[in-house]
Ligand binder design. Structure first.
Ligand code: ZN
Length: 186
């Protein structure tokens, strides 16, 4: 059973480096936890995306969710909020000396990729891919050509498609409950 669960989790995983199963295993645990905590954030008016930043020893530095609607700010995506909190915590605009890893329940959007790139975060792990997020929810995630390669060029490791099924389930629930899809009206 344990073996089956591991295989299930790693099945769709993609990366811009040779896949390291240990990193994937840790990411599966963390992202599954974040997916499960999504409901609690949604009940407080946040979500439906949750992000956390960990240090290289595996200590959680920050954990947060989108707060676009409840804080009236289109920039307040989970990743941007997490980076802001970590930078405040370390009192710096450059997190690179701390070798931090960002875990997030869905693939970062065009804005968050920029935010991650300029933050000095060294590794990113995400759950549901953009194609599924857009199909399930209707959120517009933007255009992101070759971002795996571009991040590799800048020394940022990416792992994606972690715990997809669990993440899709939570996003489907969000839509079924008629929660807000906060795209601008065009
Ligand atoms: Zn974003």
């Amino acid at each position: 059973m344990k073996r089956f669960l591991k295989a299930f989790c790693t099945k769709h995983v993609i990366s811009n480096e040779k896949i390291d199963n240990k990193k994937v295993e840790t990411a599966c645990k963390i992202i599954a936890e974040l997916q499960k905590e999504m409901q609690a954030f949604i009940c407080c008016g946040s979500g439906p995306f949750v992000a956390a930043i960990y240090d290289e020893k595996g200590n959680q530095i920050v954990k947060t969710a989108n707060s676009v609607v409840n804080e009236h700010c289109s920039n307040n995506h989970a990743e941007m909020n997490a980076i802001k909190m970590a930078e405040e915590k370390f009192n710096t605009y450059d997190l690179s000396p701390y070798n931090l890893k960002l875990y997030v329940t869905a693939e970062p959007c065009i804005m968050c990729l920029g935010g991650i790139m300029w933050s000095g975060i060294k590794e990113i792990y995400y759950g549901v891919p953009t194609s599924s997020v857009e199909k399930i929810t209707g959120f517009d995630e933007g255009f992101k050509p070759n971002w795996f390669k571009e991040f590799k060029k800048r020394g940022i490791t990416v792992y994606g498609n972690i715990e997809i099924e669990l993440g899709e389930q939570e996003l489907n629930k969000y839509i079924k409950e008629n929660r807000k899809v906060y795209n601008p009206e065009r």
